[in-house]
Design a protein. Structure first.
Length: 150
């Protein structure tokens, strides 16, 4: 498993303290490519730091913002299995924007990160692996309540 560096970091230049957002990282997925095409593999709790309890995907993007919330305990991996989009991450101190363009990499998002998914290209599909079943109580849907809980 290879880790790549942050693509865009829009944190304040003087803010050099470790930040929760540093735990969010791109993970290069194991890939097998031959004359038939490519196959990407993710083994839970091995290639990614959590067991997978739920899988969902976003498709038919209209261009309106998705996300706009944080999770108390949920861990996720976002993959652009088709097309591309930006994931904006915010831990209340720093922001980072990551553009996902390759089906052979996933963006790991740790708990307590405010996120938005924006700028989808045509035909994009966002596959999400999640560490828990759906639980509305795990959401912060208000940014003010999220920041107050940090
Ligand atoms: P939401 O998490 O707000 O979507 P996004 O982050 O993409 O904007 O979910 C949208 C709606 O779908 C909301 O009513 C909750 C529901 N939902 C489920 O029922 N189960 C799920 O696993 C997810 C992710 C959402």
């Amino acid at each position: 498993m290879m880790l790549s560096t942050q693509k865009i970091d829009v944190g304040l230049a003087h803010d050099k303290q470790p930040s929760r957002i540093d735990a969010c990282r791109l993970i290069s997925l194991w890939n097998i490519t031959d004359e038939r095409g490519s196959l990407a593999v993710i083994e839970a709790a091995k290639d990614i730091p959590f067991e997978v309890r739920r899988v969902y995907y976003l498709y038919d993007f209209t261009g309106l913002r998705r996300g706009g919330h944080a999770h108390r305990s949920l861990q996720q991996l976002f993959i652009a299995v088709a097309g591309s989009f930006d994931v904006i991450l915010d831990d209340g101190r720093r922001k980072k924007a990551v553009r996902l363009t390759n089906a052979n990499e996933g963006l790991y998002v740790c708990p307590m990160i405010w996120r938005e998914i924006v700028n989808p290209g045509p035909g994009s599909v966002c596959l999400v692996l999640a560490s828990t079943h759906y639980d509305e109580k795990d959401y912060f849907r208000s940014y003010e309540q999220f920041v107050a809980a940090l």
